[in-house]
Design a protein around this ligand. Structure first.
Ligand SMILES: O=C(O)CCC(=O)C(=O)O
Ligand SMILES: [Fe+2]
Length: 209
């Protein structure tokens, strides 16, 4: 095999491509009518998407009132509402694939995309459910594609119980479904272990946030 041919094979290997879902998706039923689906390595070439998003998305920092202080939200954000152009065409492809796989069960399409950029182990998101909107009263789904280095996503039942952990990065997909947003909470905790940057892309139906 010539060096040039080998290089082109390697390049092909790295090409951005959404993989199949179907029976590659593993569902775990949690308590109280919640479930999660996992599909490790769903997006091939995920590091390339990480680079593109890190450079091209108009990231912004937010500040929030916390008790009597105003504090930085410890991650960068960008929200794409339903008619806004997503920052990379492979994300349109991902959303279409999610709609094909989950459309019947969800009964509506995924519409919005929220992006979070965790620059290092100090960036995080505290325990919460996505309950601004219908997730507080209805079963729904939130599908999260992770690119960049893995970070731990923890889930625990609301009101207490032991947590479960999944390390998500490099093209992994997790879908939180059923009652997950109102009966469970999730978090990306800070870590003192070396953690490279990670970007998560959360697809949600209209009215779920
Ligand atoms: O980064 C993640 O995977 C989780 C983000 C999240 O929970 C949120 O933005 O609501
Ligand atoms: Fe969330």
């Amino acid at each position: 095999m010539t060096a040039a041919f080998q290089a082109s094979l390697l390049a092909l290997d790295e090409e951005l491509a959404i993989g199949p879902l179907g029976d590659t998706v593993r569902r775990t039923h949690l308590a109280h009518g919640a479930w999660i689906d996992l599909r490790p390595g769903w997006l091939a070439g995920a590091d390339e998407l990480y680079e593109r998003l890190a450079e091209t998305v108009p990231w912004h920092a937010e500040r929030r009132h916390m008790y009597d202080r105003v504090v930085d939200v410890p991650r960068l954000l960008k929200f794409y509402d339903e008619h806004e152009t997503l920052p990379h065409p492979v994300l349109d492809e991902a959303r279409r694939a999610l709609d094909l796989h989950y459309g019947d069960e969800l009964g509506e399409p995924f519409r919005t995309a929220g992006l979070c950029f965790y620059r290092d182990g100090r960036d995080s998101v505290a325990w919460h459910g996505d309950t601004i909107g219908r997730g507080s009263t209805e079963d729904t789904m939130v599908a999260i594609l992770s690119v960049g280095d893995p970070r731990s996503l923890l889930l625990r039942p609301r009101g207490g119980g032991s947590s479960i952990r999944h390390d998500l990065g490099h093209g992994d997909l997790i879908v939180m479904g059923g009652s997950c947003q109102r009966t469970w909470e999730h978090a990306i905790p800070k870590t003192s272990r070396p953690a490279g940057p990670r970007i998560s892309i959360q697809f949600r139906p209209r009215g779920v946030r």
